[in-house]
Design a protein around this ligand. Sequence first.
Ligand SMILES: [Fe+2]
Ligand SMILES: [Fe+2]
Length: 263
Amino acid sequence: MEQYLNMGIKDVISRFPAAGDLLNRFNIGCVPCTVGTCLLKDIVDIHSLSVEDEKELFTGLGEIIHPGEKIVPPKIERKQAAKSGGNTYSPPVKSLVDEHKLIKRLVALIPAIADRADPSTADGFQVISDSVGFIRSYADKFHHAKEEDILFKYFDEGTDIIKVMHEDHANARGHVKAVLEGLEKKDKAITSYNLKKYGEILTEHIKKEDEVLYPWMDRNLTTREVGEMFSKFIAIDNDFADEAKKYEAMIQTLEKNFKNQGD
Ligand SMILES: [Fe+2]
Ligand SMILES: [Fe+2]
């Protein structure tokens, strides 16, 4: 068992496929752990498993890896105390979680916008341009830039979990670029497909950040780093305050027109 602790999660799962199902039961089937070098022993820290879950998971893994043998779950060294209760965020990280809320409001409208907004009509063109304007400015230039230029810089950016976040940002940008090309060609198939793809990526991405990445980062940031990040964020937020208000109003208007009745 011990020898597998230093093995990449991806390799463990490909050698013992049942381990993938077991990890899923603990919500550890997420992509960040299966990209490359994230080690089996790292999941305890990254997912902040409770002591009980750690024991149950590693006993289960032991039974999969060494069937029929008596399993003594290994003791994993933790950098942080085990989690108790739900996620609580530091003030700067909480501000990123709050920004996700506005981004998620637009993402929730994407299926309706993709189906109904036709770029060959003036109204449709406008709605898609407004949505892309929000995505490029608020979600990317403002929010993703805070993550990439400030938050992620406090960590080793070679870590799988951060590499995946960068990849998600890049893939999302690719779809936004394609939406713009579809707009130019007034081609609804292109705008719809890429808007939906963007929505799918962002939904998963935000979930990973809110539930795994941010809590893990918060547990590893020092008080000084949290304070420093907070003041950097406040400076950016102040510069962007008017834009943010404008986008919030725009999302409200889009919701009036595209939110399904009964939502
Ligand atoms: Fe992100
Ligand atoms: Fe984010």
